[in-house]
Ligand binder design. Structure first.
Ligand code: F6P
Length: 321
């Protein structure tokens, strides 16, 4: 089976490289002589019939941009079977036979339900800075976000050292400590707090006091938002240790910015694979990376399993402390 008309959309939190992925989907489809539609604003666009047929020029001048030129959203209406049925009908009306969804686990779950309930062919691409999609070592945007955090850590170290301060840096990751872990390791943080592993703040405070007595100049703590509030952790440390402590919450700056080389190349590779797969009639798969190679993952496995934080990272963080 070979499809003649497909669509692409981005959904959930934006991530740097989504544009590169969508561009690759569009250009691959056109190269194969297949019609390709863009859906605006995630699942909202499917429900509101906000979609347009794309040409190559629609994806010019976007590979270097963060965000997503298609717009994105988290869509409550998509959570109902009626909403998904309407989305399906809006696709069918235009002769669209398959859909590529670029987004995080929530967005891929919505896509999986659409496929299950209506039979609409779906190929997913993992697009989130959190790097938390099961079955893939990598999600589009995680590299750029980690580099943004590293930049902040480097700057914070300068001022922390100048003042002999403790700095607590809160980074994104409600359920996933990947960003905190890799940026903490590569930024040389003394403590990395992640939602996947319990920690003892009193013991950490005692260690900090001892370290300062021995001449330590400053301490960096990187905390994933899901492991606790940076503000509260900083306040606790300051009260308990009496060390001069400051807190930075990096926030949405982590989501933006021009994508790194890694994110651009990988997103392009994934976009090409997704387009070829959907055109050839495949469905219910997600393309990701494992050990540096593109792999396909069963869509239902990807959304029904929880990715674990690599224990080797957790061990390394302790060794390097
Ligand atoms: O899914 C990515 C993510 O950046 C999380 O790490 C963060 O908690 C969340 O999105 C915040 O998203 P928003 O502000 O768009 O609701």
């Amino acid at each position: 089976m070979s499809l003649k008309s497909i669509a692409v959309m981005t959904s959930g939190g934006d991530s740097p490289g989504m544009n590169a992925a969508a561009r690759a989907v569009v250009r691959t489809a056109l190269f194969e002589g297949v019609k390709v539609w863009g859906i605006n604003n995630g699942y909202h666009g499917l429900l509101d019939e906000d979609m347009f047929e794309m040409q190559s020029k629609n994806v010019s001048d976007i590979i270097q941009r963060g965000g997503t030129f298609l717009g994105t959203a988290r869509c409550k209406r998509w959570e109902t079977p009626e909403g998904r049925r309407l989305g399906y009908e809006n696709l069918k009306k235009r002769g669209i036979e398959g859909l590529v969804v670029i987004g995080g686990d929530g967005s891929l779950r919505g896509a999986s339900l659409l496929s299950k309930e209506t039979g609409m062919p779906i190929v997913g691409l993992p697009g989130t800075i959190d790097n938390d999609v099961w079955g893939s070592d990598y999600t589009i945007g995680c590299d750029t976000a980690a580099n943004t955090i590293i930049d902040a850590i480097n700057k914070l170290r300068d001022t922390a050292s100048a003042h002999r301060r403790v700095i607590v840096l809160e980074v994104m990751g409600h359920h996933s400590g990947w960003l905190a872990m890799v940026s903490g390791i590569s930024g040389g943080a003394e403590y990395i707090l992640v939602p996947e592993e319990p920690y003892d703040l009193d013991a950490i405070c005692n260690d900090m006091s001892e370290a300062y007595k021995k001449g330590k100049r400053y301490i960096m703590v990187v905390v994933a938002e899901g492991a606790g509030s940076g503000q509260e952790i900083g306040k606790y440390i300051a009260e308990k240790t009496q060390l001069d402590t400051r807190v930075s919450v990096l926030g949405h700056i982590q989501r933006g910015g021009s994508p790194s080389v890694i994110d651009r190349v990988r997103a392009s590779q994934l976009g090409e694979k997704a387009a070829l797969a959907i055109i050839s009639g495949l469905s219910d798969i997600v393309f990701g990376f494992s050990k540096g190679r593109v792999v396909s993952i069963d869509l239902h496995d990807a959304v029904n399993n929880k990715k674990k934080l690599d224990p080797e990272y957790m061990h390394l963080a302790k060794v390097l402390f």
